[in-house]
Write a protein that binds this ligand. Structure first.
Ligand code: GAP
Length: 462
């Protein structure tokens, strides 16, 4: 078992710096000093995140017969969150320091720094004066309607703290309109909001973030078995997107630490450079959710089994993944620095993001060897136009080709294609209309016919 306390801040610093330099992730509102706990994804980060969400959707909804999708509203009726227990119950314990005026999550003091110099864990500095913990509400609210006044409690709506609640509330509509039988799931990808006391570790704990959740409805007898099955499915998924099994840890959350309604919860954790932390929870939530909404709304949420003539409230197994956390895990896992010896015998560092081709923001770089060679440029541009109908490509004609390769390595482009003199037939008919295909990870090069490139790439990046 890896040690939870082993961290690598230097590696994390390099990752954060590369993400900013190459346009993966920026602090939201940076121009005005930054909005704490909020992040903007730049061009490459956006592509990476879309690839992750698309792949999750494909594997979770499209390739399964038993999961349907939905896209619920972020603004949430207050009664939904009253029934679910979020209003008045969704909080973290917080302490204040009377000396530095800092506010800290009381159950996470080991990982926090106080505002004093030299900075240490809150409570450890000789002048620290911490209050008793009190509950801090994590819900973010707003007022709806042009006529809403500041003191109108009915106008209050909430930014959803999880995507799950709209799934529970639409369970009946979706099951009735699709004539589904148990077990079946409803999946959703979307934004959630929590007023975290201490957003930290880059995008890991944010105030605005995206979740990828499934609520899988089943017969009570199947809940435990399906929880284990979903855990296995989710572990396979991480392997497929480039987060290897040996870097993941399964925490079987013990009795007393799970939500009171959960009979089983697994946390899937990843070895981030800032420690081992949760990526996803797979929880058996019993019939808690549909029961509270049945009570709250007064409308039956029962299921009638035509075959057994049984009537019951379905139980729920919930694999709930954080999209931003998974993007961060993919980035941390991909980041590599390799020492190479250059042509002059000098050692140099190659920074390379070893993304799986499916996740890579740019799939292929296209380079004419010489930008002054009109024929090479024309073929390269024609190839660019052909490929970009199918995938993100990057055309680059500036600087030495070796440098162009390095620039693509740094953003994780798995393949680069160079159009050279051989392509034009200058070394004989045999090589005419072929290109150099260069592989990011091995840096090996091979010749390939231009016409074979598209089907070959589509197979690799799908
Ligand atoms: N519906 C269940 C639920 O929301 P959760 O454990 O609170 O459970 C599920 O959240 C996942 O959402 C977490 O495993 C994590 O990946 C992600 N998540 C939760 N809070 C987050 C935050 N403040 N910033 C980024 N991701 C977060």
């Amino acid at each position: 078992m890896a040690n939870k306390d082993v961290t690598d801040p230097a590696r994390m610093e390099k990752i954060v710096s590369l993400c900013k330099r190459r346009g993966f992730i920026f602090q939201a509102g940076e121009l005005y000093g930054g909005l704490n706990g909020c992040w903007d994804y730049g061009p490459l980060g956006t592509e990476l995140k879309r690839n992750l969400k698309d792949y999750w959707w494909r594997k979770t909804v499209q390739e399964r017969d038993d999961v349907l999708g939905m896209d619920g509203s972020i603004l949430t009726h207050q009664d939904v969150l009253k029934a679910s227990g979020h209003i008045g119950g969704f909080s973290d314990p917080m302490v204040d320091c009377k000396t530095c005026k800092g506010r800290f999550r009381a159950d996470n003091l080991d990982n926090l720094q106080c505002g004093q110099k030299p900075s240490c864990q809150p409570g450890d500095h000789k002048t620290c004066e911490l209050t008793e913990p009190r509950a801090f509400d994590l819900m973010l609210s707003t007022k709806l309607g042009a006529l809403a006044t500041d003191d109108d409690p009915k106008a209050v709506a909430y930014l959803r703290p999880e995507t799950a609640q709209s799934i529970f509330c639409q369970y009946k509509n979706i099951s009735d309109s699709n004539r589904v039988k148990l077990p079946f799931g409803i999946a959703q990808v979307g934004k959630s909001f929590r007023n975290e006391i201490n957003p930290r570790n880059y995008t890991f704990r944010s105030r605005e973030f995206e979740q990828m959740e499934v609520e899988y409805f089943c017969h009570p007898d199947d809940g435990m078995r399906l929880t284990d099955e979903w855990l296995e499915k989710r572990l396979e998924f991480y392997e497929e997107i480039g987060v290897p099994r040996e870097k993941l840890h399964i925490l079987d959350v013990p009795d007393g630490e799970r939500a009171f309604y959960s009979k089983k919860t697994y946390d899937i954790e990843y070895e981030f450079p800032f420690g081992i932390q949760e990526l996803e929870g797979v929880a058996y939530r019993t019939d808690y959710d549909l029961s509270v909404h049945q009570k709250g709304s007064g409308k039956s949420q029962e299921y009638f089994d035509e075959e057994t003539k049984e009537k019951f409230i379905p139980h729920v197994v919930e694999p709930s993944a954080g999209c931003d956390r998974t993007v961060l895990a993919i980035i941390c896992e991909a980041f590599d620095e390799e020492t190479l010896t250059n042509d002059k015998g000098k050692e140099e560092i190659r920074t390379v993001m070893r993304f799986k081709p499916t996740m890579a923001p740019i799939k292929v770089g296209i380079f004419p060897l010489l930008k002054k060679n009109e024929e090479q440029v024309a073929i390269a541009k024609e190839l660019q136009a052909k490929l970009q109908k199918w995938m993100p490509v990057f055309y680059d004609e500036s600087g030495a080709v070796g440098r162009r390769y390095r620039r693509q390595d740094e953003v994780g482009t798995p393949y680069c294609v160079t159009i050279d003199f051989d392509t034009l037939g200058e070394s004989g008919e045999e090589l005419k209309d072929t290109v150099t295909l260069r592989h990011r990870d091995s840096m090996e090069q091979e010749r390939m016919k231009i016409d074979d490139l598209l089907p070959w790439l589509l197979e690799k990046v799908k």
